[in-house]
Design a protein around this ligand. Structure first.
Ligand code: FEO
Length: 351
């Protein structure tokens, strides 16, 4: 895809990865994803914000043809889907300085062998002038790693948020056009990437409230030209009370656990409790993660196999625990033939 103009001398660059179906060898991507970079041409200096996943580096380098000079390469986040092509960009623009937080610098050196003298580190709130455009860097730890920051472009009231507010979605529309679809993708993204760091994200949201944000340009998915709804969605996901919803991942070998699950679900429904069921051999674990954003209760259903829980139940329990959801109640149901340590094993994984 060609570079695309967002505003006067602000461009989207990057790659739309229509075919990608798994991230971190863990996270399902039913809608693909994108790696967004942004080029900002000030009256005196030019900055590139982030790069792309290395397999897509050629696309980015093609979009940078015609750019005569790059003064700054802002690295919001050291994860390689955004930083991995920095070495390629520096080969083409050796004069560019890599702008990063003090925590990101050693990570980028370790991961990408970027020379130490290529860096400028920036403190929280520090500004960098491009002439008639000013970049303000805001440290936002744990969205998604401890070193992450975002950039606020003051004159255009635009927030370049990297993973924050991102969504794994491949689309040809630059801006959000189907809010329902993006809400779902952004919630999935939040559940799988951000939920474990909820408490810190709450502080980052509060910090950003000081800024008049008219547009949010993340590094995955589409740009929010009307960002209020995604900001409100994040507020709800981060601080909203859990709902009276039971999230129920289960696996059954010969139907016994399945019968228990059916009975249990009927009883809950009769009491007016909403239930979301996930049959683990076939479920999309991203859907389970999304359910955990809202659920007050998680119930794991498993038979006993080889003296312990079914491996799929172990996987789901480990994942649910790692995501640190807001759940208040946890239960385990299941069948067994001659005993075992199913309950002890699963209970030992939770929290
Ligand atoms: Fe999109 Fe945490 O990288």
């Amino acid at each position: 895809m060609q570079k695309r103009k967002i505003k006067d001398r602000i461009f989207w660059l990057g790659a739309v990865d229509w075919d990608r179906r798994l991230f971190d060898s863990l996270i399902p991507l039913p809608d693909g994803t994108s790696y967004n970079a942004y080029l900002i041409e000030g009256s005196e200096k030019t900055a590139l914000l982030d790069t792309v996943d290395p397999p897509k580096a050629d696309e980015l380098m093609g979009q940078l043809e015609g750019v005569s000079r790059l003064d700054f390469l802002v690295s919001h986040h050291a994860e390689q889907d955004h930083s991995g092509s920095i070495p390629r960009v520096l080969e083409r623009f050796p004069e560019a300085k890599v702008v990063a937080t003090p925590k990101a610098k050693p990570m980028l050196i370790d991961l990408l062998k970027i020379p130490e003298d290529a860096f400028i580190t920036v403190e929280d709130g520090e500004e960098l002038s491009l002439g008639d455009k000013t970049l303000q860097f805001i440290h936002t730890p744990w969205v998604h790693w401890p070193e992450t920051m975002v950039t606020y472009l003051k004159e255009d009231q635009t927030l370049f948020s990297c993973d924050f507010y991102g969504s794994h979605i491949a689309a040809s529309d630059l801006y959000v056009t189907d809010q329902g679809r993006v809400y779902e993708a952004a919630k999935r993204y939040f559940a799988e990437i951000m939920m474990p760091f909820r408490n810190v994200i709450e502080k980052n949201i509060a910090k950003l409230k000081r800024h008049d944000i008219r547009m949010i340009a993340p590094s995955h998915g589409q740009i929010y030209d009307k960002p209020a709804w995604i900001q409100e969605a994040y507020r709800e996901w981060v601080t909203g009370a859990p709902r009276n919803l039971v999230s129920l991942p289960f696996v059954s070998m010969h139907g016994s656990t399945s019968e228990m699950v059916d009975y249990f679900v009927s009883a809950l429904v009769e009491k007016g409790v909403r239930v979301e069921l996930f049959s683990l051999p076939v479920t999309d674990v991203g859907k389970l993660a999304m359910s955990l954003v809202d659920a007050a209760t998680i119930v794991v259903g498993t038979p006993t196999v080889l003296a312990g829980p079914h491996p799929l139940a172990v996987y789901a329990t480990f994942l649910a625990n790692a995501l640190r959801p807001k759940v208040k109640f946890i239960s385990i149901i299941g069948s067994y033939g001659w005993g075992g340590k199913t309950v002890d094993t699963l209970a030992g994984i939770f929290f």
